[in-house]
Design a protein around this ligand. Structure first.
Ligand SMILES: Nc1ncnc2c1ncn2[C@@H]1O[C@H](COP(=O)(O)OP(=O)(O)O)[C@@H](O)[C@H]1O
Ligand SMILES: [Mg+2]
Length: 273
């Protein structure tokens, strides 16, 4: 579904952003791309979005050879992708509902479908009560969920996220990845997410492609059987294996109140000894 075969990219200023990068991502996979700043991660994303074209090698997505794609075919191709960026890129003078609906209106989706699809994704992302709010009236985490709603509303076969958690709190980062993970397992949507948050990546045990200096230096498949759940993390926290901060940071499913209750019970149990 996504294939890079010896892709190199040289920008006009002479920087070699990608050097012989090869990988294959099947339909339904969840893949993290990690690497330090300037490594070439966004260049991979831009190549997939067909904003940049490889200088050498071949990029294929959904059966399209992106090297040869005609300009007039690009809009239709991009409609099969859902995209989320670090800076959200919401339209400031449209409310939450219209930001999401806009993505459909511009592609001539019929009104009836818009009226059913938009409330559905807003509900899915727990944003129904914010439908009439303007982007500057909601939190960063909510703005990022709106961006995700907008990416989802077209029913894309692939979701591409370039550091979507870069501007939000760690707790919310977990929530966003958890949501993506759920979309991935429920709808079979392929997810490609760029991030530099190593703790998040190791927590989720997904496939990780590491890019350094334009080169792919490792491609490790995660072991999903080792996947933590919020409940397991909570148990580990209860046994004193992980810190309270970690339990809070990495489990959106574990409300602060539950952790406080655990603390209380532990104190009670400790007092009984
Ligand atoms: N449009 C561009 N023109 C020239 N050089 C660029 C351009 N975009 C990125 N680069 C350079 O290519 C390299 C990789 O950049 P990028 O893919 O944005 O890395 P990352 O997303 O991993 O931080 C960097 O050295 C960067 O300065
Ligand atoms: Mg980048």
């Amino acid at each position: 579904m996504i294939e890079f075969a010896n892709v190199s990219k040289n920008y006009k200023n002479g920087s070699h952003a990608l050097k012989n990068v090869s990988f294959k991502i099947d339909k339904g996979e969840f893949v993290f791309i990690v690497g330090s700043s300037g490594a070439g991660k966004s260049t991979i994303i831009k190549t997939i979005l067909r904003e940049e074209v490889p200088s050498a090698g071949m990029a294929m997505v959904n059966g399209y050879n992106l090297n040869r794609m005609k300009r007039r075919h690009i809009p239709k191709y991009r409609r099969s992708l859902g995209v989320v960026f670090q800076d959200f890129r919401l339209i400031p003078n449209l409310n939450v509902y219209d930001n999401v609906a806009f993505a459909l209106r511009v592609t001539n989706v019929v009104a009836r479908d818009i009226r059913s699809r938009v409330p559905y994704v807003l509900k899915l992302l727990d944003l129904a009560h914010k439908a009439k709010s303007m982007p500057d009236q909601i939190s960063g985490g909510e703005q990022q969920r709106v961006a995700l709603a907008r990416a989802l509303v077209n029913n894309p076969s692939i979701i591409i996220a370039d550091e979507p958690t870069g501007n939000i709190d760690p707790e919310l980062s977990f929530e966003i990845i958890d949501l993506l993970s759920e979309i991935n397992s429920q709808a079979g949507t392929t997810i490609l997410m760029v991030t530099h948050e190593h703790e998040l990546v190791s927590y989720f045990n997904k496939r990780v492609i590491t890019i350094e200096n334009g080169e792919l230096i490792s491609d490790n498949r995660g072991d999903e059987s080792e996947l933590f759940t919020g409940k397991e993390l909570m148990e580990d926290y209860g046994r004193g294996l992980v810190s309270k901060e970690k339990a809070i940071d990495f489990s959106s499913k574990t409300p602060r109140a539950l952790i406080e209750e655990y603390e209380r019970q532990r104190r009670v149990a400790g007092g009984r000894k």
